[in-house]
Design a protein around this ligand. Structure first.
Ligand code: CP
Ligand code: NVA
Length: 304
C-alpha cells in the first residue's frame, strides 16, 4: 500500500510518476476535459491546525476526479480523548479510500498509518510537509525544465517545509543551500538521516543570505514562526530580521532567479510585497499547483 507520511516513502521514480499524472490532469483541466477516475472514492481529512490551500486543494481534487471528501477536526474524529488513535484509523479505513492528516506530531501520523488499512497522507506536521515540497518541485520543473543540477536556496527557518524540500531535492538531483541563523538551521540528526537515506544529497548551508543566493535558480522562504510557535514570534522576528527576502537580497541572485513561498506569508516579515508581487515571484502558480499535485498524488495512490 502507498502512503505519504514523509518523502522518505517515495523513490525518484515515484516522484516522476506523480509529476506525470499531475501534469496530465492539469492539461486536461486547462482543456476543460473531465476525468472521473476517482468516481465513488472518498478522502477523509483530519486536521489539528488551520489550512486554506491543503484542505481546499484536496477537496477540489477529489471533486474534480469524480470522488468526494469529508473534513473532520481532530476533536470531531475522536483523537482528543474520545477514542484510541488506532481504533479511529481502523474504523475510518472501512469508510474512506485515503486519509489525510494535519497534526503537530509526526509520530501521530506514523502511528495512524500503521493502524490504517488505506493510504495515509501527511498534510503537514511539525516535522514535514511532503505535499508542499512535491508541489514546489513540480512547479520548478514546469517553469525551468529539468530539475537535476538546479539550485534551490532556502532563506529562513529550517522548518517542516525546508526539511521536506531537502528530501525532495535529494530525490531529484537538485542542490539545496539553506541560509538560517545558527539556532534555526537543520539539526544534526535530520542531516545524518538524510545522508543515510540519500547519500547523494547535496544540501549545504551558508549563514550569509547574500552569499547564499548568488547561484540560486530559486530563492524560497517561509514564515519565521510556524503554526504552534506563536509564543516565540517576537524572539524569532529579531533572530530572522537579517534573513528577510527583499529586493536588495534578490538583487544578489542571478537575474533569472525565481521566488517561491508555500504561503501563508507574513508580508513585511520574511518577504516584502515588492518580492512577493514582483516579476520573479511564481508563488500563485505554486499555490494553484497544490491542486494539480493533489490530483496526481491521489490518482497515483488510489489507482496503481
Ligand atoms: N501551504 C499550505 O500548506 O497552506 P495551508 O496551511 O493554507 O494549507
Ligand atoms: N511552516 C509553516 C507552513 C504552513 C503551510 C507552518 O508549519 O505553519
Amino acid at each position: 500500500m502507498k502512503h505519504l507520511s514523509s518523502l522518505y516513502d517515495l523513490t525518484a521514480a515515484d516522484v516522476a510518476d506523480i509529476f506525470a499524472l499531475a501534469s496530465e490532469l492539469k492539461a486536461k483541466r486547462t482543456r476543460g476535459e473531465a476525468d472521473a477516475r476517482l468516481s465513488g472514492r472518498l478522502l477523509a481529512m483530519i486536521f489539528e491546525k488551520p489550512s486554506l490551500r491543503t484542505r481546499v486543494s484536496f477537496e477540489a481534487a477529489m471533486t474534480q476526479l469524480g470522488g468526494a471528501s469529508t473534513f473532520l477536526t481532530s476533536e470531531e474524529a475522536g483523537l482528543t480523548g474520545r477514542e484510541a488513535l488506532a481504533d479511529v484509523a481502523r474504523v475510518l479505513s472501512g469508510y474512506a479510500d485515503a486519509i489525510a492528516l494535519r497534526t503537530f506530531s509526526q509520530q501521530l501520523i506514523e502511528e495512524f498509518r500503521d493502524a490504517a488499512s488505506c493510504p495515509v497522507i501527511n498534510a503537514l506536521s511539525d516535522e514535514r510537509h511532503p505535499c508542499q515540497a512535491l508541489t514546489d518541485l513540480f512547479t520548478i520543473q514546469e517553469t525551468l525544465g529539468e530539475l537535476a543540477g538546479r539550485t534551490l536556496v532556502f532563506v529562513g527557518d529550517g522548518n517542516n517545509v525546508a526539511r521536506s524540500l531537502a528530501i525532495a531535492t535529494a530525490l531529484t538531483g537538485m542542490n539545496m543551500v539553506t541560509s538560517s541563523p545558527a539556532a534555526y538551521a537543520f539539526g544534526k540528526a535530520f542531516l545524518k538521516e538524510l545522508k543515510r537515506r540519500h547519500p547523494q544529497a547535496k544540501v549545504t548551508s551558508e549563514a550569509d543570505p547574500a552569499r547564499a543566493v548568488r547561484k540560486a535558480d530559486v530563492v524560497y522562504t517561509d514564515v519565521w514562526a510556524s503554526m504552534g510557535q506563536e509564543a516565540e514570534a517576537d524572539r524569532r522576528r529579531k533572530a530572522f530580521a537579517p534573513y528577510q527576502v527583499n529586493a536588495a537580497l534578490m538583487a544578489q541572485a542571478p537575474a533569472g532567479c525565481r521566488f517561491m513561498h508555500d504561503l501563508p506569508a507574513r508580508r513585511g516579515e520574511e518577504v516584502t510585497d515588492e518580492v512577493l508581487d514582483g516579476p520573479q515571484s511564481i508563488v500563485f502558480q505554486q499555490a494553484e499547483n497544490r491542486l494539480h499535485l493533489a490530483k496526481g498524488l491521489l490518482a497515483w495512490m488510489l489507482e496503481g
